[in-house]
Design a protein around this ligand. Structure first.
Ligand SMILES: [Zn+2]
Length: 285
C-alpha cells in the first residue's frame, strides 16, 4: 500500500446533439451538455467517477483511461441521473474489474430511473441505438468511506443538487472534490427538478462542498478546457440565486432566458436554461 497523494485527471465529453423537442427560440436546439468523468489514481490502481452516456463516449473515455496504464477497479457514481451511470455497462466491457459503487440512496434513485417506464423511454428516445441494451446499476457502498492504495475516499451525501440524494466524492489527500451535478462549471445549470426552496437547499449543498476546503473542484458538467477550481462553487451559488430571483419577477419563459443570458451568457448549452425556464413557469401554475 502506497501513501503518496492520489492523482486527479479529468476527461470531458464535448456538448453534442440528442433527439428532443424542437427549439422554441435561439439556443434551444436539443444539445446535451458537456460532461466529465474523473480518473482518481495511485501508482497502479485507479477508479473513475461517473460514466458518460453513449457507447461512443464511453469507448473514447476508455481509450483515454488506458493511456494512464492503471488497473481500473471501481466506478463511483455521484447521483442517480442516467447521464452519470448509464455508461457503466459499456465501461465494464472495457474494465471488467471495475465495480460500480454509490451510496444506497443513489442506487435506489438509479434503480427508479432504470425501471420507470417513462424515464427509460425518454433516454432511449433521446439517444436511439446509442445506449447499452441492459442497464447495469451500481452497488451500494457499506458506509461513506472506501480506499484506493491506502488513501481514503469519502462519499459525501450533500442532499440536493440538480436532483435529490446527490453526493460529491471527497479525496482529502488530493484536496479535491468531484462534485457531480452539485457544482457546474461554464455550463447552464439544470434546475428543472427544483423550486425556490430546493434551490436554497442546493446552495446549502454548495456551502458543504466549500467547507471541505478543496483546491480542486471538478464539475459533472463542465466546458471543455475549463479549470477545475474552487471558484466554481461560488459561481454555481450565484447562478442559482439569480435564477430564483428572476423567476420570482414573474416574466415569461423568454423573459427568464433573456435575463439569465444577460448575466450568464458565456455558459454552454442554453437548451438547459430554456428547459429550466419552461419548468419554472409551469410550476408557477
Ligand atoms: Zn448530469
Amino acid at each position: 500500500m502506497g501513501s503518496s497523494a492520489l492523482a486527479v485527471d479529468v476527461y470531458v465529453a464535448p456538448m453534442r446533439s440528442f433527439v428532443g423537442a424542437p427549439a422554441q427560440g435561439p439556443g434551444d436546439d436539443p444539445m446535451w451538455s458537456p460532461m466529465s468523468s474523473t480518473l482518481i489514481s495511485g501508482a497502479e490502481e485507479g477508479i473513475l467517477v461517473d460514466t458518460l452516456i453513449t457507447l461512443d463516449q464511453v469507448d473514447a473515455l476508455a481509450e483515454w483511461v488506458r493511456g494512464f496504464g492503471k488497473r481500473i477497479t471501481g466506478v463511483y457514481i455521484t447521483h442517480g441521473h442516467q447521464d452519470h451511470w448509464i455508461g457503466l455497462a459499456r465501461l465494464q466491457e472495457h474494465f471488467p474489474e471495475a465495480r460500480g459503487i454509490a451510496t444506497a440512496e443513489v442506487v435506489q434513485r438509479a434503480r427508479f430511473e432504470a425501471t420507470d417506464p417513462g424515464l427509460s423511454a425518454y433516454w432511449h428516445a433521446s439517444f436511439p441505438g446509442e445506449l447499452p441494451e441492459t442497464a447495469v446499476l451500481p452497488e451500494a457502498l457499506d458506509g461513506e468511506e472506501f480506499h484506493l492504495e491506502g488513501q481514503v475516499l469519502r462519499a459525501v451525501s450533500v442532499g440536493q443538487g440538480d436532483t435529490e440524494f446527490s453526493t460529491v466524492l471527497h479525496i482529502p489527500s488530493a484536496a479535491a472534490v468531484v462534485g457531480g451535478d452539485v457544482v457546474y462549471n461554464g455550463v447552464h445549470m439544470m434546475t428543472a427538478e427544483t423550486d425556490r426552496e430546493s434551490r436554497a437547499a442546493w446552495i446549502a449543498s454548495l456551502d458543504a462542498v466549500a467547507a471541505l476546503d478543496p483546491r480542486i473542484v471538478v464539475a459533472g458538467h463542465k466546458s471543455v478546457g475549463a479549470a477545475d477550481l474552487p471558484e466554481n462553487i461560488a459561481a454555481s451559488r450565484q447562478y442559482l440565486r439569480d435564477f430564483s430571483r428572476i423567476v420570482d419577477e414573474g416574466g415569461s419563459v423568454e423573459d427568464i432566458v433573456d435575463a439569465m443570458l444577460k448575466l450568464h451568457g458565456d455558459r454552454d448549452n442554453p437548451r438547459t436554461l430554456w428547459h429550466s425556464a419552461r419548468t419554472a413557469v409551469a410550476k408557477r401554475g
